[in-house]
Design a protein around this ligand. Structure first.
Ligand SMILES: [Zn+2]
Length: 391
């Protein structure tokens, strides 16, 4: 890859700048010769009133903005794309277009148009240090993958979108990266992550890749030239629609559950949504249930796998106290300190187990309403505790 330093004034960069609010993208500059956001770049994420303002403050104070890299797809042709620096240039363009304000030294909000002529010129005359890069697609992408990007690091999926850019990624981003689409709020109930940072797309890809027993990378490589993402979208929607048809409530713990696995394992069984939703709500409000995410599989599987709920256990202090009480009483009676051993007929009838050889057991099982308090704690030898089973 060749890289040639070619500084340009902001005045030239913002010439023809256009910002698309709907897509959240800065599009063009350099009088139409610069594509600010090629499809493989992430959406604009500096518009938080801090990073974008910081860019303008830096310019007004004469601080450097760092290096910017342009890609020149065809050598000697005057067309460029931004490889790195899109966030900074979009911030400058949006300010130039009057889309946000900065505060001056007196604390007054200023649009570009309300700055003094001197300050406007200071911004427009600033030279940005830009490298024009020319190389094969593979070289450029390899470089893009490895550079240490200034500012917000790329998410894993943003990188994959860059590496496997093409019609499939374009189609998939239209479906999965649009934060304002109505369906996104339904999906957000089940999926964690920011659509604009490609985190919803990542989940969708992960699910369809898992079904095919492959990785996200190989799925994207295989489908790179597809003109649509129908398979991806259909499977994702099937999983979400199924989950929404069984559990009708909203709870944060539903985000990030492996719904795809649950769909594969339980999707063909019949459930009553009213009963499942009520049961889930009961467990969600049970302070003894430590793993809220485990509730869904526990219920779908018929309430047997209690370990999924990670039910609260007795503390070491309670165990020690109960052990002492039980052992003293057993010693006086000449029987085992495990009540199950004590009623048996073998040599363990009078065995005194050490604390390490015993486990704490809920006298009344948690699943039958028993609490995790001292009064409901009994120590049993390990084999009887295992035999008794349910926590
Ligand atoms: Zn025992």
């Amino acid at each position: 890859m060749e890289a040639k330093l070619n500084p340009r004034k902001i005045r030239d960069i913002v010439d023809g700048f256009h910002y698309n609010e709907l897509e959240g993208k800065g599009l063009y500059g350099l009088a139409g010769n610069l594509t600010i956001q090629p499809e493989y770049q992430r959406n604009y994420i500096y518009n938080d009133g801090k990073k974008d303002v910081a860019v303008i403050d830096s310019l007004l104070k004469g601080y450097p903005l760092g290096l910017i890299y342009f890609n020149q797809p065809i050598q000697d042709e005057d067309k460029f794309e931004i490889l790195d620096g899109q966030q900074r240039i979009t911030s400058i363009g949006r300010f130039f277009k009057g889309l946000f304000v900065v505060k001056d030294t007196d604390g007054n909000e200023q649009y570009f148009s309300s700055l003094s002529k001197h300050q406007q010129d200071q911004i427009l005359e600033t030279e940005l240090l830009i490298y024009d890069c020319y190389g094969t697609e593979a070289e450029i992408k390899e470089w893009f993958r490895t550079i240490n990007i200034v500012g917000v690091p790329l998410t894993a999926q943003e990188l994959r979108n860059a590496v496997y850019s093409g019609p499939f990624v374009d189609a998939a981003k239209k479906v999965f990266s649009n934060s304002s689409s109505a369906i996104m709020s339904k999906w957000a109930n089940f999926v964690k992550g920011n659509p604009a940072r490609q985190e919803v797309l990542e989940v969708a890809l992960d699910w369809v890749a898992q079904r095919e027993g492959t990785s996200i990378d190989s799925y994207m490589a295989k489908h790179r030239e597809d003109s649509d993402c129908n398979e991806l979208q259909t499977y994702f929607e099937a999983v979400i629609d199924w989950a929404a048809s069984v559990f009708e409530m909203k709870d944060n713990s539903m985000q990030g559950v492996a719904w795809n696995t649950l769909y594969e394992n339980y999707g063909s069984q019949a459930y009553s949504p009213t009963e499942m939703t009520m049961a889930a709500e009961d467990l969600l409000s049970d302070p003894q249930v430590k793993s809220k995410k485990g509730i869904y599989e526990y219920l779908l599987g018929g309430k047997t796998a209690t370990h999924l709920l990670n039910v609260r256990v007795f503390t070491e202090a309670v165990k020690k106290k109960i052990y002492k009480l039980q052992t003293r009483e057993a010693g006086q009676k000449g029987i085992s300190n495990c009540s199950y051993c004590a009623i048996g007929h073998d040599e363990k009838k009078a065995k005194i187990w050490t604390l390490k050889e015993m486990d704490a057991d809920h006298v009344t099982a948690w699943s039958k309403g028993g609490s995790t308090e001292e009064s409901n704690c009994e120590l049993l030898c390990k084999s009887h505790n295992r035999a008794k089973g349910n926590a």
